[in-house]
Design a protein around this ligand. Sequence first.
Ligand SMILES: C[S@@+](CC[C@H](N)C(=O)[O-])C[C@H]1O[C@@H](n2cnc3c(N)ncnc32)[C@H](O)[C@@H]1O
Length: 308
Amino acid sequence: MEQHLTVLLNEAVESLVTDTDGSYVDGTFGRGGHSRLVLSRLSSTGSLLGIDKDPQAIAEGEQLEIDDSRFRIARGSFAELSDLAEHVKFARPFTGVLLDLGVSSPQLDQAERGFSFMRDGDLDMRMDTDNGLSAAEWIATAEESEMVKVLRDYGEERFAKRIVRAIIAAREEAPITRTLQLAKIVSEANPAWEKHKHPATRSFQAIRIFINDELTDLERLLGNVVDQLAVGGRLVVISFHSLEDRMVKRFMRRQSEGDDVPAYIPVTESQRNRRLKIIGKAIKASEQEIEMNPRSRSAVMRVAEKLA
Ligand SMILES: C[S@@+](CC[C@H](N)C(=O)[O-])C[C@H]1O[C@@H](n2cnc3c(N)ncnc32)[C@H](O)[C@@H]1O
């Protein structure tokens, strides 16, 4: 199986594991880079649940399950954390939950997965290849306004309208089914190529986020994860673009500030309902890591701990 270069490996596991006997969740198992290091830190009574949407990641997880009885793997979205844990009878509340968001290197590197604008493959882009619409299916039928919104909201693409018009004109000529075909249409329509950025980067990112419901899943996870954590348990999230990081940052800040009580109303500390404590500052990859793994350049890790 192809390798995934795990980002912020030591930093994430250091922050996550506070009790070697605890029960942990790796919500984005991938190829198990973080999971293996977590397991190496746990005692014989510690346990780890790995979750992923991707069947190839699950195959890797099933192997690890055979090799290490403290580990369980479950297929699904981390947004369904509670149901998935219930299903495999995994110990709760959790001592820590880790998310290393986005796509893995094997997903990007295998042309046939359709994530890359650099490699020619079927325009798929689904992490879960058994469910939902592929990017090609969506592009074949989506309304102009919907596509513009996706490119604007998820790709922060200034030229969304122009690009979508070009996509619509092209799909009237012939179906858009290949990654390089889409990359060419987008690049030609994009009037302002940014430095050091392929002109289709934003559009591909946007379509990928939409096809995989990435921000909705993150929002759902954030909406219930605190209830699933034990007191003192940690939430560790590694984001790869500003939309995700903004959501995580705001969420942690809100939960650490507690309820919004007007200044003139006297409240006790417990009435403030602070649920998380932010641990340290946002962490980025070192120069050394970035040199070895350019994908880590955009990574931002945030950590918070559940309060009593
Ligand atoms: C960046 S990779 C994680 C790599 C992993 N930390 C490692 O070291 O091998 C992200 C993984 O999370 C999965 N993923 C992304 N969003 C998900 C979600 N909402 N639910 C479940 N899995 C998800 C992807 O399929 C991918 O395998």
